[in-house]
Ligand binder design. Structure first.
Ligand code: GLY
Ligand code: MN
Ligand code: MN
Length: 462
């Protein structure tokens, strides 16, 4: 947790920006895995963490935007609870620690909200993404779950984004820690991998390091010899000589800031010639796109720069042809680079995605593309100082996509389909780092993580 004044000043800014009505911030509850007492690891809602900071289930906060007063709703432990959980600091004490002096029982919340609505006051809420909080909004405010995304307060959403998008110095300290934990995870995996090991063993090493750092993985670990499956969470394959391992995973700090790092390395001690050629293209795209990051530039344009570098690299190898700028503009490079270049990162790995990707990543004059591939870009708007984002280009050979496009005769001016046969089992390569936008440029967060062909091969050779 940060100091009391951090949370106070965040709530004050929020109150000023929202102006009037009640701001309802729902914390998360425990969720049963297979029966209600056997729970998933608890993860607090990120906006609740940001403005209230209390990391425990079963809480809600109401900020009265007219008076500026905040109330925490939650039930103190009973003696019977304490038998199972041990004594814990009270909600009252925790609330006082973040500058909130008013607490109420959970059961009071419905009445407070009903009274406000009865008096014609607006209750601002964020789009709930968990069934239990959707149920609460339905009970408290009479809005059906399907209608809640649309009924959520745009004023509140924008006010939250207006603060959480800009990382403070104390947040950057935490985010550096998250990247350094992620770095330790990646280095240990790249040192341990051997022919015959299962992906699951490598995932276990990464997971263990994140837990030893008093956190958790920031998102489900991708550890796969099938890098062409963009979000593969299967860990059942044994590593074979000649394959690549794509590892996309990161640690979450004790304070819940995320790291999101990808490295791709050979199961053998060296890359094959074919792997090295594709790797160098992705590495150039990553390095050049990081170098382009600065305030004022639209991230959509840096995404296009990545596609351009990838297209030119593949043209040099004979896999693409024609005018690569046209290929990028028409979406042909998405056969090999079918995802976005990156996204905001912070308390969430895809920061604030629950609030609505277009609110977070686009603006009045930069709208999401409708092209396949570029349409998945989560961040298109102009970069600003204190944003933290990921840069994560990749090249993939997805046999199903290649076959479909070829059968449709798609982009035959740009793609040499007859040259793709030797790449059908290639899988994919992605490289990802986390970047802070500074006054005049950028800074890659954390200590350097091996990334060049030479650095990765040195690590693989011990
Ligand atoms: N880890 C998911 C992503 O890179 O967006
Ligand atoms: Mn990632
Ligand atoms: Mn990412």
């Amino acid at each position: 947790m940060f100091k009391k004044q951090t949370y106070q000043s965040r709530r004050e800014k929020l109150t000023t920006q929202v102006g009037k009505g009640l701001i309802l911030l729902l914390g998360n509850d425990d969720v049963g895995m297979n029966y209600s007492a056997n729970v998933y690891h608890f993860r607090q809602d990120s906006s609740f963490l940001y403005f209230v900071g209390i990391d425990q289930p079963g809480l809600a906060a109401v900020i009265d935007a007219d008076s500026g007063e905040t109330t925490i709703f939650g039930d103190e432990l009973t003696l019977e609870d304490i038998v199972w959980t041990g004594a814990q600091p009270s909600i009252k004490d925790k609330a006082a620690g973040i500058g909130i002096n008013k607490t109420e029982r959970k059961s009071e919340l419905a009445e407070v909200l009903a009274a406000a609505q009865g008096a014609g006051r607006k209750v601002h809420f964020l789009p709930p993404y968990r069934a239990k909080n959707q149920r609460k909004i339905q009970l408290f405010l009479g809005i059906q779950p399907e209608a809640q995304k649309g009924a959520a307060s745009k004023v509140l959403i924008n006010a939250v984004i207006a603060q959480r998008s800009y990382k403070s110095a104390e947040e950057i300290v935490e985010m550096e820690k998250a990247v350094n934990i992620s770095r330790a995870m990646h280095i240990a995996v790249m040192q341990a991998a051997k022919v015959g090991m299962k992906e699951a063993q490598l995932a276990g090493i990464a997971h263990g390091i994140s837990m030893a750092a008093e956190g958790h993985p920031a998102y489900p670990i991708i550890m796969t010899v099938n890098g062409q499956v963009l979000h593969s969470h299967d860990h059942s394959n044994a590593l074979k000589s000649g394959q690549l391992v794509l590892g996309d995973y990161g640690g979450e700090t004790k304070t819940h800031y995320a790291g999101d790092i990808t490295r791709t390395f050979p199961v053998d001690k060296t890359f094959t010639q074919q792997q090295r050629e594709i790797y160098e293209i992705v590495l150039k795209a990553e390095n050049d796109c990081i170098a382009a990051c600065k305030p004022g530039i639209a991230y959509r344009d840096i995404h296009s720069q990545a596609a351009q570098i990838i297209g030119e690299g593949l043209k040099d190898l004979g896999l693409m042809k024609g005018d690569i700028s046209d290929a990028v503009a028409q979406g042909a490079t998405a056969l090999f680079f079918p995802h976005g270049l990156g996204h905001h990162i912070g308390l969430d790995v895809h920061d604030m995605e629950d609030l609505g990707e277009d609110f977070v990543g686009y603006s009045e004059h930069i709208k999401r593309s409708e092209l396949f591939g570029t349409g998945y870009l989560r961040l298109g708007r102009e970069l600003e100082k204190d944003f933290v984002l990921t840069v994560e280009p990749g090249v993939y050979f997805i046999p199903e996509l290649i076959d479909q496009w070829q059968a449709e005769g798609k982009f035959t001016d740009f793609i040499n389909y007859d040259k793709l046969a030797p790449y059908r089992d290639f899988s994919g390569i992605r490289i990802e780092d986390n970047v802070l936008i500074t006054e005049n440029g950028h800074r890659v967060l954390g200590k350097a993580i091996p990334k060049t062909v030479g650095e990765i091969e040195a690590l693989r050779q011990g």
